[in-house]
Design a protein around this ligand. Structure first.
Ligand code: COA
Length: 391
């Protein structure tokens, strides 16, 4: 039985910062951000969007009534969740009106969480072929104003419906994974911004890619010539390339290098203008490839490299399905990104430090300024209040 991705959608908040303007404000040569790091725009979440609403908005764009009835498992991957106890999946389950005969929970391993969710969903569907699973990857990446990682922030979510006989990508069974206890990036419970050892993190990411690729190659007997494209977890769009190029140069023929490097560019178009969405980055990259590479042939193999600091890495693969183009919402995504509002660096700095009350007081938020259908409308009695404007 084929199992894999039947639908995929994303949502990014309707505000962004231009990376050239951010560079100028920080006294940095703009080419460092646009060329050296590979980012053009960075999505900024207003206070009315959190990881719950971003994920719910991403899912709203792809689910129909039949999905809502058949989804019996909701897995939410995030590393910027809103509650230490209750899962974001339960809020989204309610906001989308899913059937109550469902499991719903949150999963965490830095940017690897959604991949763990996808593999878990695959096992669930193997045992329950009629079921559908909603996997959500949602994050707001925050490193801090004026910090070295500031240019690799962002906000957004990817929603994936997994099923048997998927219409986009059938996942293959061979997969290679690797875990090692390292401190390259982490966020203690007391901090709302991440700590990162940038140089070390880049080195480990590349090492993890090389390790899982070699492991995969020996498990599967496949090589770069068997892949149409490779998608990477991309906190910034140069990062995947830095891991891929040295391995390609040693192992791949010229024509395979050329194809994989060209398709890498197709796979980062959305990431360049959204920024870092942590857990969802790899899947935004997959979506970018599917929506920017014209006419991927049925049966093409795509490799996916997932990396979650701390760290866990995995390389797994999927086969493009004949109907995949009918399942995409390219016009909706282009429109969503083009109507966003650019904000100044001063406005971004104000939004960055805006906080919700932590003393139990009530606050009502100005949801009329947020174009998203699902918003955080306030806090009352230490409880987040959400609204789906379409209901
Ligand atoms: N024009 C073009 N490129 C320029 C440039 C300019 N004017 N100035 C610098 N660059 C290039 C550098 O050469 C470098 O490219 P290279 O990596 O190909 O050598 C790149 O821009 C970054 O410069 P660097 O000096 O390494 O940046 P930094 O020390 O300020 O680090 C980050 C910034 C974002 C790269 C680093 O903090 C980082 O990697 N953070 C995130 C890591 C992460 O997300 N880890 C967790 C999950 S994987």
């Amino acid at each position: 039985m084929k199992i894999g991705i039947d639908k995929i959608g994303f949502y990014a908040p309707d505000l962004y910062v231009d990376m050239r303007e951010l560079a100028s404000a920080r006294g940095i040569e703009p080419d460092k951000f646009t060329i050296g790091i590979g980012q053009e725009k960075m999505a900024i979440a207003p206070i009315t969007q959190d990881t719950v609403t971003l994920a719910a908005n991403a899912a709203l764009n792809i689910l129909d009534d039949s999905d809502k009835k058949k989804i019996d498992l909701v897995i939410f991957g995030t590393e910027s969740g809103i509650d230490q106890s209750k899962s974001a999946a339960v809020y989204v389950h309610e906001l989308l009106g899913l059937d109550s005969a469902a499991r719903a929970f949150e999963i965490k391993q830095a940017c690897y969480g959604a991949t763990a969710g996808i593999q878990m969903a695959k096992g669930h569907i193997a045992l329950n072929p009629d079921s559908k699973v909603l996997v959500l990857a949602s994050d707001i990446a925050r490193y801090g104003l004026n910090s070295p990682g500031e240019s690799t922030q962002g906000a957004g979510a990817v929603a994936i419906v997994m099923s048997a006989n998927p219409r986009i990508l059938a996942l293959e069974d061979k997969s290679a994974y690797f875990t090692s206890d390292i401190m390259d990036f982490w966020r203690p419970a007391y901090s709302d911004t991440a700590f990162v050892d940038g140089k070390f993190s880049n080195e480990q990411y590349s090492l993890f890619f090389e390790t899982v690729w070699k492991q995969y190659r020996s498990k599967s007997g496949l090589g770069f010539e068997d892949f149409e494209a490779l998608c990477f977890h991309v906190p910034y769009t140069k990062m995947g390339l830095k891991a891929l190029k040295p391995v390609l140069e040693v192992e791949a023929k010229e024509m395979d290098q050329q194809r994989l490097l060209e398709n890498y560019q197709k796979s980062i178009q959305y990431n360049k203008v959204v920024g870092n969405i942590y857990t969802g980055s790899l899947y935004l990259s997959l979506l970018s490839l599917l929506e920017h590479k014209e006419g991927l042939k049925e049966g093409s193999r795509i490799g996916l490299f997932s990396y979650g600091s701390g760290a866990v890495g995995e390389f797994f693969t999927g086969i493009v399905q004949p109907e995949y183009q009918n399942q995409l919402k390219i016009a909706q995504h282009v429109d969503q990104l083009s109507v966003r509002k650019k904000i100044s660096i001063e406005e971004y700095e104000t939004l960055f430090v805006e906080e919700l009350p932590i003393d139990g007081s009530t606050v009502k938020l100005a949801i009329e300024n947020d174009s998203a259908p699902i918003c955080l409308s306030g806090i009352s009695d230490n409880k987040r209040q959400y609204i789906n404007k379409q209901r």
